[in-house]
Every structure is written in C-alpha cells, then in structure tokens.
Design a protein around this ligand. Structure first.
Ligand SMILES: *Cc1c(COP(=O)(O)O)cnc(C)c1O
Length: 452
C-alpha cells in the first residue's frame, strides 16, 4: 500500500518509508492512498488476542514488511503491558464502559503506538545496516513513552529534551531512571517552547541531520495513528452484538491523534455510531466542532497537561477528508490558518463528531462523582471524557492515563492517593539527567559526542 501527503506535493511512499519520514517534505501528513474496507472481515476477527488482531489489521498497510517479520515486531511490542487483555474494556454501568489504555510501561495510551514504533525503527536499522538517532522535545508523556519504546534497542539512541523542573516528578523519573545506555534525557534550562524552538533549528541543519540520521519523534507519525486503530476495533468486537450498532467513543483529546484513529477505523467499515472529542480548557477543537471556526488560542496549563495544546497537530488529516480529499484545498486552509491564526469552514461537516469542554474545576468534581457513582478512580485526562455523556448511546470512555500518574489531583478529589508498583519501583532508582542550555549549539555538541 502507498501513502500520500495531505498537501499532495510529494511522491507517495510505502509504509516503512512513510514511517521513517514522519512529516512529509511538503509539510503535510501521510495518509493511506485509499482506505481499505474491513467490513467483510469483522466476523473473522472475533476472538483474536490483541497482538494477533493488530497483526491482521496492520498487515493490510505494512505490505513492504514480510508478514512473519511484522508479526514478530507486533508480538514484541505488546509484551510489556501489565494487563493480560492489553486494553481491558470494563463495564461501569448501563450503557457505559471504560476502555483502559494505561497498562503499558509508562502508564499512558501513547505506549500503544510508541512500543511498536520503537520496534519498527530498530527493524529498519537492521534491514539497512544503519544506525538511527531519535530526537524529540516533550512536556511529559510523549517523551517517556518514546524512551520506553527505544530503550536498549541496538542501533538506536534517543535524545529527549524536557523543560527542567516543569514536568511532573513521576514523568521525570520515567525518563531519567531507565538505566539504559542509549537513552539521554536532557533537562533544558527554559520552557518547553524554548526546547522545541532549539530542536527545530537542529532539524533545519540538513548536513547535521543527514550525518547523524536524525529522526523526529512527534505525534504525527503515520504508524502512531494506525497502531491506535486497533484498540477501538478490539473494544467494538468485545461488545454484545445488540450494542455494536450504537457505540459512541469518548476520547480525551489534545493533538487529535487518538480520536482520529477511531474515526478512520469507522471509515474503513466498522459501524461505529460516533465520536466525542473531549477537550480540557484548551478548547480549540470544541470551538471548531460547535462553530465551524478553527482559531488558535493561548495555552492555559490545566490539570490534564497532556491535552494542553494550542493547535491540534493531527487535525490536518481530518481536514483532508473534510474538504473532499483535495490537497489544493488543504493547502489553502493551512496557509490561511498559518497567516491569520484562523480558518472559517463554510458549511462545516462535522460528520459523526461531537465535542465537549471541561474546566479544571469540573475535572476535580468529575473525579469525585465518578468515584462516588461507579467506585472508579479516573485520571484528570479521562475525567474530561465523563462530561455530558449521550444518554441514548453506548458510551465507551477511553482512559488515557493511570490515575497513579497524578496522585495530587486524585488525593484532593477523593481523599485517597493512588499508587502503582512500577512508579514505586522508580523511586528507588538513580536519576540520570543531563542539564543543557536551550540552544542549537549546545544540543548539537551533545549529540555529536553521543550519537550512534
Ligand atoms: C497525549 C495524551 C492525550 C491526548 O491525545 P491526542 O492523541 O494528542 O489527542 C490525552 N491523554 C493523555 C494521558 C495523553 O498522554
């Protein structure tokens, strides 16, 4: 299968090349040239284990990887999950389920994609006889998940920049206590934006980039979106037949990567009724889905920090479908948005999406209420998903992080502090971090000395 850019000004690539490239050279995002139709295969998928289902799904896209190799890469990617179901679906009440996506090594849903991406990178190194240096800036969850996807993988090194003193202590430990020799956690003197800006310059240095075979880890990689389709598919398959036609997935949303995966699966023939885009107070997507206008805002730090975004980096993929798969129109939208900070869609078709917005005060009261009503402890991101559920649908709320990652917020809401054995174990390990200035020169010098 081939993958094309949403901006249509760069050649189509096979799966492995599109994954290795990340952002397309024309600034667009990769999408399958045509979406496959799984509607005739759903019966044969019933009862498959998570990794096997993932293989049956991804083999349709990753046609340039031999099937047995792909199967082995996928199997290896889901061995570090602590729940045997990988993504357990738990009934909470009438017409209400929670899909727990936090049983991977860093206790957030990003492990589903980044465990696999790490193995795909390592596989490519092996096939090409080359090394790769992965570079990224993080405000928390993505960096930790990327590190745990690559740690100890031969032929790879990973350099993650984060703002010193501005990620949660547990997130910092997840990045700095790995003990792995190919992992470099760089504590930047400055903000996340300072780190991001310096990093962009390093990537802009073509000679340096080529010499060290740098690859960016970010939220727009094609493999991330496709890997995330699988838990929607498995959750849908687990439901009784009488409920399958009426499902609404409720997705705590930031960069729109997670909910986009579910929506694309629907376009591939899985009869899902709708999707709820649940935002926190950083509500650019809620405003879009209610008014048809996409307008940039300031970031206001919230209790659900992994959803604190200004613009949703994966949203361009939805735009491509929304404007009739027309790359010229996508370029017009993105150009206008870049120049003016806003784009107003005429006759905006929100398809099967609805949206909600949850303030910090509401997050706290929802955590309390869900605990009281259902005996269930949800993290602050997941709490956004429990706002204003549709009474006439079978709601499946995606739980994107473990409550144990946010002990203070939970303690204040329900008077109990959640714990998790893997986080407790981290507290005993030494922190290894490298303090660094947020300048391209400092970053280049660091990489120059440690790159593989
Ligand atoms: C990244 C993240 C989100 C947002 O996911 P997107 O794919 O960016 O929409 C939500 N919750 C948690 C815990 C996350 O780490």
């Amino acid at each position: 299968m081939k993958f094309i850019s949403t901006r249509g000004q760069t050649p189509a690539l096979g799966f492995s090349d599109a994954v290795a490239t990340g952002l397309a050279p024309d600034g667009g995002l990769y999408l399958p040239e045509t979406l496959p139709d799984f509607s005739g295969k759903l019966t044969s998928f019933e009862g498959l284990g998570y990794a096997e289902l993932c293989f049956e799904f991804l083999r349709v896209f990753a046609t340039d990887i031999p099937p047995e190799t792909l199967r082995a890469l996928i199997n290896a990617s889901y061995t570090k999950f602590s729940d045997p179901a990988i993504a357990p679906l738990k009934p909470l009440g009438k017409n209400l389920y929670v899909l727990e996506l936090f049983h991977g090594p860093t206790l957030a849903f990003k492990d589903f994609a980044l465990q696999l991406l790490g193995n795909l990178y390592a596989h490519q190194c092996q096939v090409r006889g080359q090394t790769i240096n992965v570079l990224g800036a993080t405000s928390g969850d993505t960096g930790a998940a990327a590190i745990h996807g690559l740690l100890g993988k031969p032929g790879t090194a990973i350099f993650i920049l984060y703002p010193d003193g501005r990620v949660s202590p547990l997130q910092e430990r997840q990045m700095t206590c790995t003990g792995a020799e190919n992992v470099f956690a760089l504590a930047v003197d400055g903000t996340f934006d300072d780190a991001q800006t310096a990093l962009k310059e390093v990537f802009g240095d073509q000679a340096f980039r080529t010499r060290h075979r740098l690859s960016a880890v970010n939220s727009i990689n094609l493999a991330r979106v496709l890997a995330q389709c699988v838990y929607y598919l498995q959750a849908w398959l687990k439901l009784p037949a009488s409920e399958r036609g009426n499902v609404e997935f409720v997705v705590p949303t930031g960069n729109f990567g997670n909910v986009l995966a579910g929506w694309m699966l629907q376009k591939m023939g899985v009869p899902i009724r709708g999707f709820r885009v649940a935002t926190n107070q950083n509500d650019i997507l809620h405003r879009l889905f209610t008014t048809g206008e996409y307008r940039v805002g300031d970031v206001h730090p919230s209790l659900a920090p992994s959803m604190d975004i200004q613009v949703a980096s994966n949203f361009e993929r939805f735009i491509w479908f929304a404007v009739g798969r027309d790359a010229t129109k996508v370029r017009t939208v993105m150009d206008t948005f870049k120049r003016t900070g806003a784009y107003k869609f005429e006759n905006f078709n929100r398809d099967t999406f609805s949206a909600s917005r949850t303030s910090d005060a509401e997050i706290a009261s929802i955590i309390t209420r869900v605990h009281r009503e259902h005996g269930y402890v949800c993290d602050p991101h997941t709490a956004c998903g429990f706002k204003d559920l549709s009474p006439d649908r079978v709601n499946i709320v995606l739980a994107t992080a473990s409550p144990a990652k946010f002990p203070d917020t939970i303690q204040r809401a329900i008077g109990l502090e959640p714990t998790h054995p893997s986080l407790e174990a981290l507290k005993a390990k030494p922190i290894v971090k490298h303090r660094i200035k947020a300048t391209p020169d400092a970053i280049r010098a660091f990489i120059e000395a440690r790159a593989v």
